[in-house]
Design a protein around this ligand. Structure first.
Ligand SMILES: NC(=O)c1ccc[n+]([C@@H]2O[C@H](COP(=O)([O-])OP(=O)(O)OC[C@H]3O[C@@H](n4cnc5c(N)ncnc54)[C@H](OP(=O)(O)O)[C@@H]3O)[C@@H](O)[C@H]2O)c1
Length: 368
């Protein structure tokens, strides 16, 4: 067993952000990817560590089994395809595992490996990015030393600078994956928890105008991403809604969104859209607002309500910091065998170590 931290997808946007954050913590990562030249260029800027060329997910899993790194950080989306084979290779090798998945299907697939991870005595962490961790951290903070609440709503409000380049297949496929195999509704429909079970919910529904702590306003609406599962597990609440500011907020778009997404069920059309999106060119853009926010509102059976915020800067930078900090803590031996989301495993301090700051107003009075 080596003491190495491997970053799979090491040349990608997230891989590079994670590498920079590891270097800032005194850990030189090993970059793993498909293109030797690009890997070497990125590695030079990320502490000069070694690189591993592996052509595809199966080849990467074989290298993990062979070389047995201490921690593997997986940034290869869609995670529904990559997470299980890579995590299984980690369990066989005795490595801990972290991924950036932020969709319900991938999170549920990894959670199914819980017993195997416990038996192997290894830690598998999912949702280690802005998506999932920012809101989960607020839920963990609000629920500390409290009984299980009745309901939770989480809202994620990311703000990130965009670098010039193409979207790429990993991100395009992740966006169009939908919720294959997720109970409670259709692949391209919404979800929420009711009475402790996943049930269908309107995509872009439950719209809420939020006033952020800095006084600006955003509208968030229902979007079943990884934070839905993270918030349910962190709180134990039977009723959970996850919402995002990234759902287009024009009423006409919201009205046609469910019908438009149902077209993605047509395989060839979905494949066509993925290929078009993967080649989509981004122009460089400054981040649209100074801060990114995670927000949660929690209600208990006695009528009490608490809400709180996590304020972070650039969401992509936070996405780099969370897996780096989690790896740093795993190297220090503070993991726990099984599958966890980051804040449930490491507590609310994880987000603070990644540059986040909690803003928790005094508890509100009893709800009417
Ligand atoms: N949880 C969160 O908050 C959060 C935030 C940001 C991103 N993400 C997720 O993280 C994933 C990566 O996003 P990104 O923006 O970093 O994408 P990206 O810039 O396209 O990077 C993806 C990386 O994965 C590699 N890759 C893709 N498919 C592969 C395969 N089949 N086998 C081996 N390597 C493969 C790519 O290698 P090549 O360069 O060789 O193609 C590239 O290095 C996406 O799924 C995205 O949704 C999550």
């Amino acid at each position: 067993m080596s003491a190495e931290v491997w970053i799979l997808g090491g040349t990608g946007r997230s891989g590079r952000a994670v590498a920079a954050e590891l270097v800032a913590r005194g850990v030189t990562p090993v970059l793993v990817g498909r293109d030797a030249e690009r890997l070497a260029r990125v590695a030079e800027r990320a502490g000069g560590g070694r690189t591993v060329v592996a052509g595809a997910v199966d080849a990467t899993a074989a290298e993990i089994r062979r070389q047995r790194p201490a921690v593997v950080i997986n940034t290869i989306g869609p995670f529904l395809s990559s997470a299980t084979p890579i995590a299984r290779a980690c369990l066989a090798a005795g490595s801990d595992y972290i991924d950036l998945a932020n969709d319900v299907a991938a999170a549920n697939a990894l959670l199914r490996l819980h017993d195997e991870a416990v038996a192997a005595g290894r830690t598998l962490v999912t949702g280690a990015g802005f998506g999932a961790t920012a809101t989960e951290s607020v839920v963990v903070k609000l629920c500390e030393d409290r009984p299980e609440p009745l309901s939770v709503r989480v809202d994620m409000v990311p703000s990130l600078a965009i670098e010039a380049g193409v979207m790429g297949e990993a991100l395009a496929r992740t966006l169009f994956e939908g919720l294959p195999g997720v109970e409670g509704g259709s692949r391209f429909g919404g979800r929420r928890y009711r009475d402790g079970a996943l049930v269908a919910a309107r995509l872009g529904g439950e719209a809420l105008r939020l006033t952020l702590p800095d006084g600006s306003q955003v509208t968030t609406s229902s979007m079943p991403l990884g934070e839905l599962v993270a918030a349910r597990r962190a709180s134990g609440a039977p009723s959970v809604v996850a919402a995002s500011s990234e759902v287009p907020d024009a009423p006409v778009v919201r009205a046609v969104l469910p019908a438009a997404l149902s077209l993605l069920a047509i395989g060839p059309l979905r494949e066509f859209l993925i290929r078009r999106m993967a080649g989509l060119e981004f122009k460089a853009r400054e981040r649209p607002r100074e801060y990114s926010w995670g927000h949660a509102r929690v209600r208990w059976a006695d009528g009490s309500v608490r809400e709180g915020w996590l304020r972070v800067g650039d969401a992509q930078q936070f996405t780099g910091a969370v897996p780096a900090e989690a790896a740093f803590r795993l190297l220090a031996g503070t993991g726990a065998a099984g599958v966890s989301f980051p804040a449930a495993l490491f507590g609310p301090s994880l987000a603070e170590a990644c540059g986040g700051e909690y803003l928790i107003p005094e508890p509100a009075g009893k709800a009417s």
